[in-house]
Design a protein around this ligand. Structure first.
Ligand code: NAD
Length: 508
């Protein structure tokens, strides 16, 4: 492990702020422990409010230069970062697993997602298209163009400690923005490792060095500085709904823009005609994968009454075969929860399920035999009603609610009857069910799938959700537009000065 940390430039004690070079920080010392066995990985000295100001000011200076570099040349820098990530994929993927606890194949998959994002952003750097419109005035041309925005903020959550940064950073980078990253203070080492990888690329290119900046600290210190900084025009924030509300309120005070990627309460509908084997695989990965710690994790299964018992039995059987333990071991399917606080949330939810009338049919236990660390839990299945308060909220743990439905109308009604709106899916071979679910009568989520699960989105689409999930979109499609400012231009190439809407304003 020491060798791996060294290869990624992680020291025993690390500075917590970067703006082209590492600043000597002296904020609160963070001890980063692995959720696998509670072992100490390294320490980080958090950034202080003063460090943040230095970083922001450097990011702003760099913006003035970076925005003048043509977008395809900016893309070239991202291309090189993508190559460097390929070189470091194994090490970085393993560090994701060590620091956050997801199984190794998912840790590696997360780095692959960064590489895919880099490739996507390189192509995008030759596009960033604006439209040309027809002017109502003779001899006029009207079009729109997209300009870089400024030094923006990126707040990321612990569960995708590096991929979420790349969704934002590579797109913002080709758009001409510089950025300040505030990662979760549970996962600062992967952020330091990524910054070291980026630093190598910056060093060998003639570009400003403070494009991809970093400040490590808690939400209440560095986070609050970032969201209250009137000079930061946009903050992309990934995390809980509660955090998103706070970010939105702070930004609205200075008309800052927000991209909010918040909690989900994702459901799979399984209709009477569904291929149950397919549905089973999707629900298992969706609910148990990443130990239920994905924003797109499956939290609810809305099962048609005719297949309810059969599906519940099959699911229980599948849950029994899930291997739980060290996520670095390739035979393991489920690693630990990220922290003791997460285990507490899991236990509190179990109590509430019972209090509110639910029935736990599998799991519901913390696995003490995995001490030290006691962060391993049994994935849990409970029979519940959609309107239980506990079902209405996101518990960031592997707890799945089975809910009975009678028909497609009730399925859609219950599906949408939660405050969040991120990811959704239906399993059916009935074209009318599928089309209804995808129509405006159907799922109210940002992501809606047929015959695949809620979890594991591809980067080519715009990712994000509605309602309390925050409304933001990141990654593919035209999500890049949020990182730029749109300018409408009208040019008069004639000899008259006609006004729009036929308005006359002549002196004679
Ligand atoms: P969290 O809300 O505890 O923290 C997320 C980030 O916000 C951290 O970096 C934290 O330090 C920061 N933060 C907290 N308070 C802040 C404040 N006042 N000002 C500025 N920053 C602040 O979330 P978490 O436990 O790290 O992650 C789990 C949550 O993230 C879940 O709700 C999950 O659904 C959500 N999530 C959403 C998406 C998505 O794309 N929709 C993706 C991943 C995770």
């Amino acid at each position: 492990m020491q060798e791996l940390l060294k290869r990624l430039g992680i020291k025993e004690v690390n500075d917590g702020a970067y703006c082209g070079e590492w600043l000597e920080t002296n904020g609160r010392l963070i001890e980063v422990r692995s959720p696998i066995d509670d072992s100490l990985l390294a320490k980080v000295k958090s950034a202080t409010a003063e460090d943040f100001d230095v970083v922001r000011s450097e990011a702003q200076k760099a913006f003035k230069v970076w925005k003048m570099i043509p977008a395809p040349k900016r893309g070239e820098l991202i291309r090189q970062i993508g190559l460097e990530l390929r070189e470091h994929k194994d090490d970085l993927g393993k560090l994701v697993t060590l620091e956050m606890g997801k199984i190794l194949t998912e840790g590696l998959g997360e780095v692959q997602e960064m590489i895919d994002m880099a490739d996507f952003a390189v192509g995008l750097s030759r596009q960033l298209y604006g439209k040309t419109m027809q002017s109502e005035r003779p001899s006029h041309r009207m079009y729109e163009q997209w300009h870089p925005l400024g030094a923006i903020g990126i707040i990321s959550a612990f569960n995708f400690p590096v991929a979420v940064w790349s969704w934002n950073a590579f797109i913002a980078g080709v758009c001409g923005d510089t950025m300040i990253w505030k990662p979760s203070s549970s996962t600062p080492l992967t952020a330091i490792a990524v910054t070291n990888i980026v630093h190598k690329v910056l060093e060998r290119n003639d570009v400003p060095k403070a494009i991809f900046n970093l400040t490590i600290g808690t939400g209440s210190t560095v986070g609050e500085k970032l969201i209250n900084d009137t000079k930061v025009p946009l903050v992309s924030a990934t995390g809980s709904c509660q955090m998103g509300k706070r970010v939105y309120m702070a930004l609205s005070k200075h008309y800052g823009r927000a991209i909010l990627e918040l909690g989900g309460n994702n459901a799979v509908v399984v209709m009477e005609d569904a291929n149950l084997e397919l549905a089973l695989k999707a629900v298992l990965f969706g609910a148990v994968g990443t130990a239920g710690q994905r924003c797109t994790s499956t939290r609810r299964v809305l099962l048609h009454e005719s297949i309810f018992d059969e599906f519940a039995e099959k699911l229980k059987k599948a849950y029994k075969s899930v291997s739980i333990g060290d996520p670095l071991d390739e035979n393991i399917l489920m690693g630990p929860l990220v922290s003791k606080a997460a285990v507490n949330d899991y236990q509190t939810a179990l109590t509430k399920i019972k209090e509110q009338g639910g029935k736990i049919i599998y799991g519901g236990k913390v696995l003490k035999e995995n001490v030290p660390g006691t962060q391993y839990v049994l994935p849990t299945i409970a029979i519940a009603e959609n309107d239980f308060p506990i079902v209405q909220q996101e518990t960031f743990a592997p707890i799945l609610y089975l809910i009975k439905i009678k028909d497609i109308d009730q399925a859609i009604e219950l599906h949408n009857d939660v405050p969040q709106g991120l990811s959704s899916s239906i399993f059916t071979n009935n074209m009318q069910y599928a089309e209804q679910f995808l129509s405006h009568k159907g799922s109210d989520c940002g992501i809606a799938n047929v015959n695949i699960g809620t979890s594991g989105a591809e980067i080519g689409g715009a990712f994000g959700g509605e309602k309390e999930t925050g409304g933001g979109r990141e990654a593919g499609s035209d999500a890049w537009k949020a990182y730029m400012r749109r300018q409408t231009n009208t040019i008069n190439w004639g000899k008259e000065m006609p006004l729009a809407q036929g308005v006359e304003f002549d002196l004679d």
